[in-house]
Write a protein that binds this ligand. Structure first.
Ligand code: CTP
Length: 208
């Protein structure tokens, strides 16, 4: 199979030198790309800025913002058979990007108006037909309930539930929920091993 993976954070520009972003390391997405390759799949890795080198053999597309990640993902999607949405996409971006560096106004506060970013996985899932779409849910409370709601809302086949402690950690646990109602708990394990188990569990019938 040819599999699309989104990974890492996005950066939403405020002006030429500043941006909004988050703490995603990209580790889980890159581990999934590696596990997919090892299982014999082709991988298109669309990644925000991270400190990790893409595994040899993936088709790597480097992006910065959520809009760029959407464009790159939409371009890759027609030739892919499945998608793992692992990126921590910024939910909002500044409404206006200043062409010039914003200057400090002595003694005054600043308002930054934000507008919503598109939901990348939901956009692609809307045209998935028979293809498998796997999303992640990072939840701090009522995890199972929120993750199942996310699966329905975004039209996912599988959702992988993590707690906030997973962000940036080398090891973590995950709960894999499928749209048929099944639940599979894995870990704590190093992220590379979680990735191998996730690929095995979700794509069991398919390295062709
Ligand atoms: N996602 C995406 N595009 C976005 C936001 C999220 O593709 N603009 C994907 C993520 O890659 C992940 C899943 O959607 O697979 C869930 O992301 P999460 O941030 O947990 O969900 P949100 O939709 O942002 O919901 P909330 O912040 O309310 O939990």
């Amino acid at each position: 199979m040819r599999v699309l993976v989104t990974a890492g954070p996005t950066r939403e520009a405020i002006d030429p030198v500043r941006f909004l972003s988050n703490r995603s390391s990209g580790r889980m997405g890159y581990a999934i790309a590696q596990a997919l390759l090892a299982a014999g799949h082709e991988v298109v890795l669309v990644s925000g800025p991270v400190q990790i080198t893409p595994p040899d053999g993936v088709l790597s597309v480097q992006v910065e913002s959520a809009l760029q990640m959407l464009d790159a993902s939409l371009a890759a999607w027609p030739d892919c058979d499945a998608m793992f949405a692992v990126a921590a996409v910024a939910d909002y971006r500044p409404k206006q990007v200043s062409e010039q560096k914003l200057k400090r106004q002595e003694g005054e506060g600043q308002f930054l108006e934000l507008i919503p970013n598109p939901d990348i996985v939901a956009t692609l899932a809307a045209t998935k037909q028979q293809r498998l779409v796997i999303g992640f849910a990072l939840e701090s409370h009522h995890g199972l309930q929120h993750a199942r709601a996310k699966m329905q809302r975004k039209c996912l086949d599988v959702v992988v539930l993590n707690g906030p402690e997973a962000q940036g950690a080398a090891s973590s646990r995950m709960t894999i929920l499928k749209s048929d109602g099944s639940q599979h708990d894995v870990g704590p394990l190093p992220k590379a091993e979680l990735a191998v188990e996730l690929v095995r569990y979700t794509l069991a019938n398919g390295a062709d």
